[in-house]
Structures are given as C-alpha cells and as structure tokens.
Design a protein around this ligand. Structure first.
Ligand code: GAR
Length: 417
C-alpha cells in the first residue's frame, strides 16, 4: 500500500473524493496518510481530521523557497510515494519536484491545453471559460512537471456548459461530473502502476530470474517458471536443503528431461547460482575448479528446442553484487551489477507472447529494473499475481539477511505432487 500526501488550499472536496474512494474500494493501492494545507482556515483540514488523517499547515505567506522547504519538511514525516495536489493554489518549482521524490498528480478544472498555466486557478478558470463562449469545458488530471499544468495527461472528462451558468455553478458541475470522478481513478491507476514489481505488462515471460536487494538492504532472488505444454506444466519446485529441485507430477516420455528437470538454485561457498537449466551444474563445476561464471557459460549455448531455441538465462550473486547472463542465438551476453537497495534486475526467456503455432521471440535488451520491497510475503504474492494465472507453474523467492547468513523463503506451486 503506497502512502499518499494530499496538498490543499481550500474546501477539500477533491480530498473528500479521495477519502470516499478509499472507503468504497476504488482507491485500493494507496492510502491518504497526510494532508498539507497552505491555509490554516481551509475546510479541507476539518475533512482530514474527521477521518483521522494527519494534518500539517504551511502558511503560504512565507517566501517561495521557505514555503516549499517547509512543505518538504512536513512530507519528510511520511515520505509519500504519491503527492496529490487537490485544489492546491500554488505552482511548485522544479527543485521541489525533484526533492520530493514522489509522483505528483494535479487536478485542474479545464480541458488542458485550454485555460491552464500561470494565472488559471480556481474560479478564474471558469470565469475565463464562460467569457470565451465555449460550449464545453471539463477537468484534467495530470502528472506535475516543471511546466505549470504541462505534465503528462492521465485523464480528462468533458462537461457541457449551460446558458445560465455562472462561474460558481460551472465550478460545482465540473467538480461533480468530472473532478471527483476522474481524480480517484487516476490516483488508483498511478498507485497500482508504481506498486508493481514488473513495471511493464508482459503476457508470457516464460522463465524468469530476479536478483537484487530489498529496500532494507537484504540480498534477494526469485525464480519462476511458466508452461504451455503438458510436460512443462506438470512440474513443481521442492526445497533440497538450501538448494532447489524440480519434480514432475506425472511422467511424460515425449520430452527431453534435461530441459525440464534441473537444479534451478545451487550454492557454491558464498555464491548463489540461479538458472533456467542444467547450466546451473556447469557453473557449479567451473566454480569448484576455480574458474568463473563467464568461463562456464561460454561452454554452453541456447536450448536445442527448435524452432524456439529458448535462451539460457543465469544469475550469480554474492556479498558484493550480482551478474546475469543470457545465451541466445543472437549471442552470449553478460551483465554485472552492484547492489542498490530496493532494486533488482529481471531477465526472462521470452520477449512477448505469440500464437501457439509461432516461434517464441527471445528476451531482448538489458535485464529490466524491478522493485523489491522488504516484505517477502507481499513481494512473493505480487510477483505470483503479476506473472498471471494462465501459465504460471512454480515460483521461488528468497531474501537473505544483510550478512548473507540466514534467509527466509517462499515456494509457490500451481500443482501438487
Ligand atoms: C478544484 O476545482 C480544483 O480543480 C481547482 O481548485 C478547486 C479546489 O476545490 N484547482 C486548481 O485550479 C489548480 N490549478 P477543492 O478544494 O474543493 O478540492
């Protein structure tokens, strides 16, 4: 669950829309934990207090820099991942946007690019819209960047202007018909997207390895397998001491067992080896003979499963960082990383899904950056969920302690023996 801070200056009806969305389940990937008001008499403060939300008041009468620094100080208490400007009547500087380290979302009461930018806020927007004689206005939710009302548009909704509209009447209808509807939905979309481990959608990654470090500095690894054929679907992961093995739930003679049954995880001294095939043993044997991860993999190739020629993916991790590798028809590639708390790299076998009668395209590019929270239960459940229930077969997750001495782990299997 992400933390959301809401910045307000006035009535706080958009804040109320967020609180309501939280209570009725529309906003479920984030939670409003803090309200920061630029006015001590803003009614938004009462709304926040009613729901037990922490309130900070930062008087906007201070000079620009001081005002922003005070807000940053207040935000520091919660370190929110998302900041929502809900009727916040001030333009934030580039410096603030960078320092806040959050996604900042703004609701603006017009259809951007019309009636936006400096000078267009609150009732002034609706006065200008009515003066223009336009028949349609609306609201826009957008990400905040250094250009006032210039960031990426997340959602818009039009509202028809009536002949008897006053700025106040129009403002109310734009809120009711557009703002309170699109703001909570857009905030949920942003929260859901940034709380994902795999920040892009991919239907059939095949087999995948993640190595990296949790947000609290624990070395972490994950390995998952998916399957489309009966034999690859009929597998389960099982612990074997500190290592991992794969078993078949039912015997099937029509496949090459070396591609199906192998050790996905082995340990040599202080090195953890994770791969998608029997190259685990090759790496182990080479390390034992005093050679390297790269030496071992240079003697191996992609899998002989024509016509796909599935890549062999491998990783090795020790106290100082990790390496990943992919052996595919296009070449043999090696990647090396230092640990970075909260992040890991994901390498998987297939780039994207294709029809069953088509050749599966190999993973392309560099291992993808993924997020690793420090809660193994949450991480494992999210990854299992993101892989998707159609093809997932088994998954293993291990978080070491920061000294690499002990670990906690999770095994997920679709099948039972
Ligand atoms: C809303 O209409 C919002 O879109 C607008 O101020 C009003 C605040 O109402 N924001 C801006 O004009 C920002 N440029 P609220 O306090 O009841 O949410």
């Amino acid at each position: 669950m992400l933390k959301i801070s809401v910045l307000v200056s006035g009535g706080g009806t958009n804040l109320q829309a967020l609180i309501d969305a939280q209570n009725n389940g529309i906003l479920k990937s984030g939670r409003v934990v803090q309200v920061v008001s630029s006015r001590s008499d803003a009614y938004a403060i009462e709304r926040a207090k009613k729901f037990g939300i922490s309130v900070d008041v930062v008087d906007f009468k201070t000079s620009g820099d001081e005002f922003e620094n005070k807000i940053l100080n207040a935000l520091e208490k919660f370190k929110p991942e998302v900041i929502v400007l809900a009727g916040f009547m001030h333009i934030l500087s580039k410096n603030f946007i960078e320092k806040s380290q959050a996604k900042i979302i703004n609701i603006h009461p017009s259809l951007i690019p019309a009636f936006c930018g400096r000078g267009f806020y609150g009732l002034k927007v609706h006065e200008a819209v009515l003066k223009s004689g336009n028949k349609i206005t609306g609201a826009t939710v957008h990400l905040v960047n250094e250009i006032p009302d210039g960031g990426e548009i997340l959602a818009q909704k039009p509202v028809t202007i009536r002949s008897d509209d006053t700025p106040e009447k129009l403002q109310r209808r734009v809120m009711e018909e557009a703002e309170w509807v699109i703001l909570p939905r857009a905030v949920e979309e942003v929260c859901a997207k940034i709380s994902k481990i795999i920040p892009y959608s991919i239907k059939y990654p095949g087999r995948g390895i993640i190595t990296g470090m949790t947000s609290a500095g624990r070395p972490a690894l994950a390995y998952f397998i998916m399957g489309r054929s009966a034999s690859s679907k009929a597998r389960i992961f099982e612990r074997a001491g500190d290592e991992l093995i794969i078993k078949l739930t039912k015997q099937d003679k029509n496949f090459d067992p070396s591609l199906i049954l192998y050790s996905p995880l082995r340990i040599f001294e202080d090195k953890i080896i994770v791969t998608n095939g029997d190259q685990t043993d090759t790496i182990y044997d080479f390390l034992k003979a005093g050679k390297t991860f790269e030496d071992a993999l240079r003697t191996r190739d992609y899998e002989p499963d024509a016509p796909h020629y599935t890549p062999r993916i491998s990783a090795i991790m020790n106290k100082s960082g990790f390496k990943q590798s992919i052996l595919k028809r296009a070449g043999k590639f090696f990647f090396e990383y230092n640990f970075e708390p909260g992040f890991g790299r994901l390498i998987h076998t297939y780039d994207h899904d294709v029809r069953r009668d088509e050749i599966l395209p190999s993973f392309m590019g560099e291992p993808r950056e993924v997020k690793i929270s420090d809660d193994i239960e949450k991480f494992a459940l999210s990854l299992w969920d993101e892989i998707g229930e159609d093809y997932r077969v088994a998954m293993y997750v291990r978080f070491y302690d920061s000294k690499f001495a002990t670990y906690e782990d999770r095994i997920f299997n679709t099948n039972t023996l």
